[in-house]
Every structure is written in C-alpha cells, then in structure tokens.
Ligand binder design. Structure first.
Ligand code: HEM
Ligand code: HEM
Length: 174
C-alpha cells in the first residue's frame, strides 16, 4: 500500500499535537492581567509562530512530493470531499496564526518570539485588538470543527471500512 513520506507523516503528527496544545493554552488563558496570563501569551505566540513556520515547510513539501493515490474503494465523490476538507485545513492552519499575529499587534505589547523582538503590524488599539481576537476565536472554532470531521472520517475508514487509511499516515492500526 502507498503511504505518505516519513517527513509528511512527521509534519502531520507534530503539527496536530502542536495545534491541540495551542488550543488548550489559548482557551485556558486567565482573563485578568498578571504573570500567568503574560507567560501563557508569550508561550502561545512563540509556539503559534512555530506552527506557522512548520506549515510553510509542509506546504513546500506537499508541492514537491505527491500524496499517495486514494485507497481502493473510495468513490471519486468521497475523494473530492476529502480533498476539500484537507484544503480547508491547510487554509485554516494559515489563517489562524495570521489572525493571532494581527490581534497581538494591536495589543500594545512587544511581539516577542522566544525573547526575540519581531515587527508589529499595528499600534495599541483596544477595539481593533478585540476585533482580531474575535476573528482568531471564530477561526479556532472552525478549525476544531474541521479536525473533528477529518479525524472521525479517518477513524471510520480505518476501523469500519478497514482500508488502511491510518497506515498511510504512519499509524500501524486499522
Ligand atoms: C490538528 C489536527 C489535524 C490537522 C490540522 C490535520 C490535517 C491534515 C491534512 C491537511 C491532511 C492532508 C495531507 C495531504 O494530503 O496533504 C491530513 C491527512 C490525514 N490525517 Fe490529519 N490532521 C489532524 C489530525 C488528525 C487526526 C486526529 C487523525 C486520526 C484520527 C488524522 C488522520 C489523518 C489521515 C489518516 C490522513 C491521510 C488521509 C489520506 O490518506 O488521504 N489527522 N491531515
Ligand atoms: C495554529 C496556531 C494557533 C492556534 C490553534 C491558536 C489558538 C488560540 C485560541 C483557541 C485562543 C483562545 C481564543 C479565545 O478564547 O479568545 C487563542 C488566543 C490568543 N492567541 Fe492564538 N492560536 C494560534 C496562533 C497564534 C499566534 C501565531 C499568535 C500571535 C503571534 C496568537 C496570539 C494569540 C493571542 C494574543 C491570544 C489571546 C487573545 C486575548 O485573550 O486577548 N495565536 N489562540
């Protein structure tokens, strides 16, 4: 059976873990200002930018390495839906950090990446900051919904239809 390259598999699972961790940290940031919130935001921003950099590498890898042919038994329509969901996942993985960067750019704090100062794309403005924070939150919910559909489909293929779907992504199950 054809499968993804080892690099594609590594990128898929490391980004899945990173994105889930970013969601957990993002949603559990304390509301009130203080050292816990500021440490949480610093780590969230730094690792969020790592996710964006990994995505750039992943997209470059994807363009230069063909994915395996669809598994046997998948109808053309099902394959098209899977391709759309994958495309939307890539889009959201691109947009989500971008909206976070925009939100942080209007918060009035330095844009630090593990202590290294990066350019701001804005100035201190509470309203614009809130607007982009809302967008960042909505986009997180869309990303979560897509991941749920995507993971449910992968598990259905692996354990109900038993067509080796998870094995293509490096998991020896199903
Ligand atoms: C944040 C979480 C996740 C993201 C962002 C994500 C994203 C993606 C993307 C973009 C692809 C398409 C790869 C390509 O052809 O370029 C893919 C493939 C795949 N993902 Fe995920 N994924 C996530 C979590 C999961 C989970 C939890 C599972 C399993 C339960 C899973 C199983 C798979 C499998 C089996 C494939 C290969 C599909 C095929 O062979 O056509 N993913 N994923
Ligand atoms: C894939 C990457 C990312 C994911 C999945 C993610 C996810 C989240 C989530 C779920 C929240 C909580 C939303 C809420 O309840 O309001 C959040 C908050 C936040 N994120 Fe991200 N984020 C990512 C990348 C980034 C990046 C790259 C930055 C900035 C450089 C960033 C900056 C922020 C800030 C500043 C907040 C707190 C907003 C506030 O409460 O004022 N995020 N993020």
């Amino acid at each position: 059976m054809q499968s993804y390259t080892r690099t594609a598999v590594w990128l898929h699972w490391s980004m899945a873990v990173l994105v889930l961790a970013l969601m957990v940290v993002g949603f559990s940031l304390p509301e009130e200002e203080g050292p816990a919130r500021s440490l949480g935001i610093q780590l969230h921003k730094s690792f969020g930018l790592v996710a964006w950099a990994l995505l750039m590498f992943r997209v470059a890898w994807r363009f230069t390495h063909r994915p395996p042919a669809p598994p046997a038994g998948l109808s053309p329509a099902q394959h098209r839906v899977a391709e759309w969901v994958h495309g939307l996942l890539y889009l959201l993985l691109f947009v989500q950090p971008l909206l976070g960067y925009l939100s942080a750019s209007f918060a009035g704090y330095p844009m630090l990446w593990f202590g290294l100062e990066l350019p701001q794309w804005g100035w201190k403005d509470r309203e614009i900051n809130h607007f982009f924070t809302e967008c960042h939150e909505i986009s997180a919910f869309i990303l979560i919904a897509l991941v749920v559909v995507h993971a449910a489909a992968a598990l259905h293929h692996a354990f109900v239809r038993r067509n080796g779907m998870l094995r293509r992504m490096g998991v020896p199950l199903g």
